[in-house]
Design a protein around this ligand. Structure first.
Ligand SMILES: [Zn+2]
Length: 144
């Protein structure tokens, strides 16, 4: 359930996205609000500026949370983001230990506004293979 307080923080994430456009960056913004609701950090998309395909604000904030927050604080920290996180960012968010994500535009809404946003092709994957060889470094690390 999205509360009035959530909507206020979502509006701030949308403002961060709008500010990104004025800097020549893509229109995506996010922030983290700690357990008391105070804003901890904000970020916007810098994919073009940084020439880095992973420079989505959600992933940058997930990495920040994993570095800077203890697990208990992370679990009670919420990410507010102007658009629903993509698959790459969702993986980072899960690994960061953040407890909740609140987004404004759903992916299908974003694609409706900008059809190119949904034009990601599937990547062919082949595997599994070479189990006995591939397990050697895994065993060496986890079963010394
Ligand atoms: Zn993303």
């Amino acid at each position: 359930m999205i509360t009035t307080a959530d909507e206020e923080l979502l509006r701030r994430a949308i403002a961060v996205a709008a500010h990104a456009v004025t800097l020549g960056d893509a229109p995506y913004g996010s922030l983290l609000a700690g357990p008391d609701g105070a804003i901890l950090v904000e970020a916007h998309n810098t994919v073009q500026r940084d020439n880095d395909i992973s420079a989505h604000p959600e992933l940058k904030l997930a990495r920040w949370a994993a570095r800077e927050l203890d697990p208990e604080t992370a679990a009670h920290t919420t990410m507010y983001t102007s658009c629903q996180p993509c698959g790459m960012c969702t993986g980072g968010i899960v690994r960061s230990g953040l407890g909740r994500v609140v987004y404004a535009l759903a992916t299908d809404q974003l694609v409706e506004l900008n059809p190119a946003s949904g034009a990601w092709p599937a990547v062919a994957q082949d595997g599994p293979a070479l189990f006995d060889e591939a397990r050697v470094p895994i065993d060496a690390f986890y079963r010394p």
